[in-house]
Ligand binder design. Structure first.
Ligand SMILES: *Cc1c(COP(=O)(O)O)cnc(C)c1O
Length: 356
């Protein structure tokens, strides 16, 4: 791996206490090009703009996939990643579905660790703060012909993020638009999935909802995901989350919370949840809480679920009684090295560059 350090860190220009999500990128980037059937030598280099042909396939056919993960700093200044192998495996699953080449898990993990190590002073210290890491792969062959690109770039960029404090949201059961279809790309982090979600989300925003709760296509009678998060509902004392399928993205937060819940004696059912069952339980006041899960906020509680123009309010629940918030703090304690890592999820980023 070729490593070229930046001569001047931009960190002194950045106010780590006042960050807006993802606007300040760290000093370095990981960069690897694929051409003539092979990944070339990977590099870590100072962050710089890309030069691409306007004919690069990513612009025309949307061959692009990404990942989202974080690095966390503990009280001693040690930096940790959380289940990073899950991210490269998922990136490769996404890539395969979009006819893009897979990338070596080992080289990815090595490059990621070196990059985060080099930019470790960009990892903000403080519970809830983190360095958000964005690996992504794009198709960059310059040809207008509508067929798969044969050239690709894999990059990793990083941005410090402040406590992504989550307010409770108002969500709307979406029954017109769909995020995913059977046999489609819903299970991948394809860039286009996000593009396709922006318009229905804007319409929901105009109706005073923060996010949409996606249902299946074309019948819209089963719950799938919420916005860009996996959805959990607590009916009575059971947590229910839809089963992973080709229409539902396998979130690493979802998977980790399920493991933590069973460890804590909270029953989680991974099963189909119909809109009818959810609405019936909302009417009976049996839905005790509902939340979305994802890397950005871990758990995002909902306060209102809108269905066909009617808003159902979820009960106020104290933090210690909430399954969602209890699981969130369990997970964060592991991420920030504040509790024992029973599951072996934390990965220390070793320091190999001495800061002068
Ligand atoms: C990224 C993503 C999630 C959450 O995945 P995590 O690994 O938990 O961050 C859930 N749903 C969709 C559609 C996503 O893109």
């Amino acid at each position: 791996m070729l490593i070229k350090k930046s001569l001047h860190s931009r960190i002194s220009d950045v106010d780590l206490k006042n960050l807006s999500f993802g606007s300040e990128l760290s000093d370095h980037m990981f960069y690897c090009a694929y051409r003539q059937g092979c990944w070339q030598r990977p590099k870590i280099k100072p962050l710089e703009p890309l030069t691409l042909s306007p004919a690069a396939s990513v612009f025309h056919y949307g061959q692009a996939v990404f990942e989202g993960m974080k690095a966390y700093k503990d009280e001693n200044g040690d930096v940790f990643l959380f289940r990073p192998q899950e991210n490269i495996r998922r990136l490769n699953r996404s890539a395969e579905r979009l006819n893009m080449p897979s990338f070596s898990e080992e080289i990815f993990l090595e490059g990621l660790s070196k990059l985060v190590d080099l930019d470790r002073h960009w990892v903000p210290q403080g519970y809830g703060q983190a360095l958000y890491i964005r690996p992504f792969m794009i198709a960059n062959e310059a040809k207008i012909l509508a067929s798969s690109s044969r050239e690709f770039l894999l990059m990793i960029i990083c941005t410090p993020v402040n406590t992504y404090y989550s307010q409770s949201l108002r969500i709307k059961i979406e029954q017109e638009y769909s995020r995913a279809t059977q046999g489609g790309v819903g299970f991948t982090k394809a860039a286009g999935n996000y593009a396709a979600a922006f318009y229905p989300t804007r319409l929901a925003n105009e109706q005073s909802y923060d996010q949409v709760l996606w249902t299946n296509s074309p019948t819209h009678d089963r719950i799938e995901e919420s916005g860009t998060m996996n959805a959990f509902f607590r009916i009575g004392n059971q947590l229910i989350t839809p089963v992973i399928s080709d229409k539902i993205l396998g979130g690493i937060t979802r998977k980790s919370l399920i493991e933590l819940a069973s460890h804590d004696g909270i029953e989680v059912q991974e099963r189909e949840l119909t809109v009818a069952e959810l609405v019936e339980n909302l009417k009976k006041g049996m839905v005790k809480e509902a939340f979305g899960t994802g890397t950005a906020v871990v758990v995002c509680p909902y306060k209102i679920i809108g269905y066909q123009g009617k808003d159902f309010s979820l009960p106020q629940i104290s933090d210690d009684k909430s399954f969602g918030l209890r699981l969130k703090s369990r997970l964060m304690e592991i991420q920030y090295n504040r509790s024992e890592d029973f599951f072996g999820w934390r990965k220390l980023v070793k320091s190999s560059f001495t800061v002068g």
